[in-house]
Ligand binder design. Sequence first.
Ligand SMILES: C[S@@+](CC[C@H](N)C(=O)[O-])C[C@H]1O[C@@H](n2cnc3c(N)ncnc32)[C@H](O)[C@@H]1O
Length: 288
Amino acid sequence: MNRPLTPTRKPAATRTLAPKSAVPPARVNPQRANGVAHASGQPRLPLALPEPGLHLDQDAEWFLVKLDGEWRQIRFHDYGAIYNVPGLYERIFYDILKCKSPEVLSEALAHALEEAGVNPRELRVLDLGAGNGMVGERLRALGASRLIGADILPEAAAATRRDRPSVYDAYRVLDFMNLSPAERDALVQERLNCLTCVAALGFGDIPAAAFLAAFDLVERDGWIAFTIKDSFVQDRSGSEFAELIHSLESDGRLRIVCRQRYQHRLSTGGVPLYYVCFIGRKQEPAIP
Ligand SMILES: C[S@@+](CC[C@H](N)C(=O)[O-])C[C@H]1O[C@@H](n2cnc3c(N)ncnc32)[C@H](O)[C@@H]1O
């Protein structure tokens, strides 16, 4: 997943978003705006996306960024390489491709809590696939009293420490497929009553078994809030998550209170990509 950066010549089939001459040398505002945090003191990096007509599968999307005078090609799913460059994740996914997922999920969760008469301050959240803290920032603003971030990549933890040091109460680098007894016990001690997982299921990211391990760390009647690509939900033969969500709901382990299809972001070709946001209440353990 975390491949080394490959220096490349800039291919012809790209459109440059910020050629060097157009890049103001001004420092980026370190204040957070609309939930997007910019790295303090970082000049805007020149970026280039593939030409608009070029169709790429979502897990093959890439961009070019000029770092230390060299154009480098980075796949979107090489998260570690992106997190290592301050402000790059925010710039490509939020400023340019208009990602809305953390906003949509936090608003849907806020609405569901209100409907249920639950104060957000009661939330003790595990944010699974937390990345560099974009979701945690929203949950903190919502009022969650305890926030634990978890990601499989040490680069995600390092970027969160660097860019959003006060968002999580604790941030753990963990593989939920292989939690040690000590790691599991530490999470049980947190008495979690909410799991969030945003844009991190499928595509070789968090597998269903890891999601279920996290689901079972949440107390009964706790909140399960996640987003996932719409086709992964619709196609029960093509994704383990479609079948999983269907069976969790149909046998009563999860009561879904909100299911909202929304535009997650644009593709590099400018085409809207749709996800579904689920908010539910855990009724029974996922793994008996
Ligand atoms: C698209 S990013 C989303 C990050 C964050 N949720 C957000 O919305 O900004 C997906 C994240 O899932 C993490 N991830 C992938 N596989 C994982 C796994 N097995 N366990 C935990 N995190 C994982 C990646 O490292 C990456 O940080």
